[in-house]
Design a protein around this ligand. Structure first.
Ligand code: NDP
Ligand SMILES: O=C(O)C1=NCCCC1
Length: 335
């Protein structure tokens, strides 16, 4: 597939125009466009411009409010609650960000509980900026019931990612961002589109039998958690922290069948921010670096985040990589 390159700012501006034209406020468009362009820039393929048709069909369906104004509540010394108003999670995070930062620096730790929200994106953009400011951040979000709990038969959990970011002396933050399912739902969709098989042990068909066929997983089948009961336990934790604690829906609780085209899970998100200066001392970033170096010496040359930062650096030199067909499609949305 021929590739095009577009400067990051131009991609942000194209996506902003698309969101504005297709049902969001200017403020929401700006946040979603930056998020989606960042994922595309970093090679987060399942959550970059691949997601635009899903965003637009969801907005057209009336399932999500593209004009929602998040309401921020200062609930306790270390607790910020945000009602996203049936809008997207990222503008809700932006709305409560300053208060969360103030509380984390003042108390040493603070959390933000976002409810009534839709998260259709990669999770790392929610945590990396905190680590760039010297803080440690942990985020989790639940999605839609498409993962069978360990030993179970029925899809119940979402693909429920967890993302963590820590400052690292002399380097970009150390960040991981991973679905607690064996594979992200977006990657199953990409495999189906490209006619590829899934690895064994990732999914089951509508009868609960193992399958490597992404179409069968998507049409009545389900995914498995990563690492059996261990991934299942983490996914359970995400349901509790991102939904029960925040006041959002569990992945199995919402019903979007009355909104054809709806693709964005209507759930919640939890974000915890820690000021490491309140811990063992001011050298946390150096300690991170010591650990990374030890991991490298032990033979792990590739750290989480390395691939993204490499792609980001390449995009800064050459422009963000896009499939030519995708760029034509995007431009057609604003013509
Ligand atoms: N909004 C939502 O509801 C959902 C969003 N998602 C998103 O989907 C995306 C993809 O998730 P997933 O498929 O699980 O991600 P991956 O399995 O591709 O990667 C998971 C993490 O492991 C790192 N990693 C990958 N390979 C290696 C390796 N060989 N050695 C060391 N580290 C490695 C990655 O770093 P690197 O980034 O550098 O590759 C990344 O931090 C995520 O951004 C996630 O947030 C997933 C589920 C639901
Ligand atoms: O890839 C996934 O898994 C998901 N991404 C966006 C929200 C739904 C699940």
């Amino acid at each position: 597939m021929p590739e095009a390159r577009l400067p990051f700012d131009q991609l942000v501006s194209l996506l902003t125009s698309i969101f504005r034209k297709h049902g969001t406020s200017d403020a929401v468009a700006a946040v979603l466009a930056h998020n989606c362009a960042s994922a595309q820039r970093d090679g987060s393929d399942s959550h970059g411009v691949f997601r635009i048709p899903g965003y637009l069909s969801t907005l057209a369906s009336g399932w999500v409010d593209g004009h929602a104004r998040p309401e921020v509540e200062d609930r306790a010394p270390g607790f910020v609650a945000v009602d996203a108003g049936n809008g997207f999670a990222q503008p809700a995070l932006e709305a409560g960000r300053e208060l969360l930062l103030d509380k984390a620096r003042h108390n040493g730790i603070a959390l933000m509980a976002i409810r009534n929200s839709h998260h259709f994106a990669a999770l790392w953009p929610d945590v990396e900026p905190f680590a760039s400011e010297g803080l440690v951040a942990l985020a989790m979000v639940n999605s839609m019931a498409c993962v069978v709990p360990a030993g179970g038969r029925k899809p119940l959990f979402g693909t429920n990612p967890i993302s963590f970011a820590a400052p690292r002396a002399g380097h970009e933050p150390l960040v991981f961002d991973l679905a607690t399912s064996a594979i992200a739902h977006g990657d199953v969709q990409i495999a189906a589109k490209e006619g590829k098989k899934l690895p064994e042990g990732y999914g089951v068909d509508a009868d609960g039998n193992p399958t490597c066929d992404p179409e069968k997983v998507l049409n009545g089948g389900a995914l498995l958690p990563f690492g059996g009961y261990k991934g299942s336990a983490l996914s359970m934790m995400v349901e509790l922290m991102a939904a029960a604690l925040t006041g959002g829906n569990f992945s199995f609780e919402f019903d979007w069948s009355g909104h054809p085209g709806a693709k964005t899970p209507w759930t919640g998100e939890l974000l915890i921010v820690i000021d490491p200066a309140c811990g063992a001392g001011s050298d946390f970033a150096e300690r991170t670096e010591t650990l990374v170096q030890a991991m490298s010496d032990a033979g792990q040359q590739r750290q989480p985040g390395d691939r993204r930062y490499r792609q980001r650096a390449e995009a800064q030199r050459l422009g963000v990589a896009l499939k030519e067909d995708d760029l034509t499609y995007l431009r057609g949305l604003v013509d």
